[in-house]
Design a protein around this ligand. Structure first.
Ligand code: ZN
Length: 279
């Protein structure tokens, strides 16, 4: 779809399942399962939602999904099915990987950063977008290299270290930044130390890619957050601020793992209005 000068495309790269308790933390199951029914293993449907934008002639990829390196064991654990290769999806849009100018992942967890690198046919690791600048918070990078004991399984170093080893593909950010004209990154923290939200602007219009600040539509309630969040109170504060701006200025929001209509608007004090042109 076109949003002012922005050409936006959603790529849903993966369908998988996450534990309901992981996704909703202290929210009672009797409340969340009305909206997100769990299967016999207490797992709920998720996807990985990536946004591709053309802004002033540049191509920006935000979020890269799980990618093609996940171990078979892990893929089974998360019931990963029919992963659509991101490059395949990009080619349908007429975009070659070496034409991507900028890549933003909201954080470096495996389900967001997995697609930054890939294994080629010889089994060697390579960058998925060899000519792109990759914008990552320095806090996130440092934490991902030495995570706390609980966060350790969420980071896979092969996803991101090749960006810095032998390549100069990373640009480290220390907080908020405007990385290209109209392309704003907001450091929100909370879920992980360096979690960030991407906000693309075209005049009065804007589109925000929320990352795991807002995973699924039930997370549009401020106090409904993931058990995995490192700093829940910071999540609530950042969500409140984002929702206030998004509703007031009618920003288009893209939710990170919502399998059913992940892009939309907040209206009338929190009503979700999906954007049918972006599915
Ligand atoms: Zn995630």
């Amino acid at each position: 779809m076109q949003l002012g000068d922005l050409e936006l495309h959603l790529l849903v790269t993966d369908h998988w399942k996450a534990d309901g308790g992981l996704m909703f933390g202290v929210v009672p199951k009797i409340l969340w399962e009305k909206q997100k029914p769990a299967d016999g293993r207490n797992m709920i449907d998720c996807s990985c939602v990536c946004l591709v934008a053309r802004v002033n002639g540049r191509v920006i990829v935000c979020e890269t999904g799980i990618g093609n390196k996940l171990s078979e064991k892990r893929a089974q654990q998360v019931a990963l099915r029919e992963p659509e290769d991101m490059l395949h999806a990009l080619r349908r849009l007429g975009i070659q990987p070496n034409e991507v100018d900028a890549v933003v992942t909201t954080h470096l967890h495996w389900d967001h950063a997995g697609g930054l690198t890939r294994r080629n046919q010889q089994g060697a690791l390579e960058l998925t977008f060899p000519n792109a600048r990759h914008f990552i918070q320095r806090d996130e990078w440092d934490f991902a290299l030495q995570p706390d004991v609980r966060s350790r399984p969420s980071y896979v170093i092969d996803d991101f270290t090749p960006l810095a080893d032998g390549h100069k593909a990373v640009e480290f950010l220390d907080g908020d930044a405007e990385v290209l004209p109209g392309v704003q990154i907001r450091h929100v923290g909370g879920h992980t130390p360096g979690s960030q939200v991407l906000i693309l602007h075209s005049g009065e219009l804007a589109c925000a890619v929320t990352g795991d600040l807002v995973c699924l539509t039930p997370h549009l309630r401020v106090p409904w957050n993931m058990a995995a969040d490192l700093e829940p109170l910071r999540v609530f504060q950042q969500k409140s601020q984002l929702f206030e701006e998004a509703e007031k200025h009618r920003w288009l929001l893209v939710l990170s793992h919502e399998p059913d209509q992940p892009a939309g608007y907040l209206e009338d004090g929190g009503v979700w209005r999906p954007e049918p042109r972006l599915t």
